[in-house]
Design a protein around this ligand. Sequence first.
Ligand code: C5P
Length: 222
Amino acid sequence: MIPLVTIDGPSGTGKGTIADLLAERLGWHVLDSGALYRVLGLAATRHGLALDDPEAVTPLAETLAVSFGRGRVFLDGEDVTASIRTEDVGMAASRVAAHPSVRAALLDWQRRMHRPPGLVADGRDMGTVVFPDAPLKIFLDATPEVRAERRYKQLKEKGLDANLPELVVDIRERDRRDRTRPVAPLRAARDAVLVDSTAMSIAEVTDRVLEEVRRVFPGLVS
Ligand code: C5P
């Protein structure tokens, strides 16, 4: 059995950071599935495709030349790590991710990431659709206001333009789309451990998740 932890939840909960810290601590691989949808959103925008038209976007998803390495993300060999982090690309990702045929096209790619010595998979549907048999599923949540504030700080730190009230609106809109889409909506798996990070630091959430890892995979982590 190859160990696997899924971490799902809306954006701005610290999911990505926690998945990276956990994977580093455990020496496992990490799957940032949001980055995959972001690369697709970026590629579709660059090709001038109609993002809401599955017939336009699915062929691109089927042939997407995406790769990950040493914390960087590549599209056709080009380093797009920074370009995929903008709010526009996040919104494009959420639009292309709403198509069932697009999600189906990316399923195998994601499942192939489950390799020894283990995987931490971060996204919206890791525990519900992509890895429904995962032995440990975490669902991370926080209020939209706190998540918008965290995103605001992140963008500012990167020297990017940011407007807090607009971010709250964007986050609510993206949540609504992600939670109400008919296929793989954002929701906690029935057997997920719920963690509300609103009043918690990254270190506190990581400790909380590690506690669960010790419980589910005894002996794997000290
Ligand atoms: O997590 P991140 O904000 O990078 O994800 C960008 C968008 O990609 C999300 O708003 C969501 O619509 C989509 N996504 C998804 N399924 C995943 C990961 C991300 O639909 N597993």
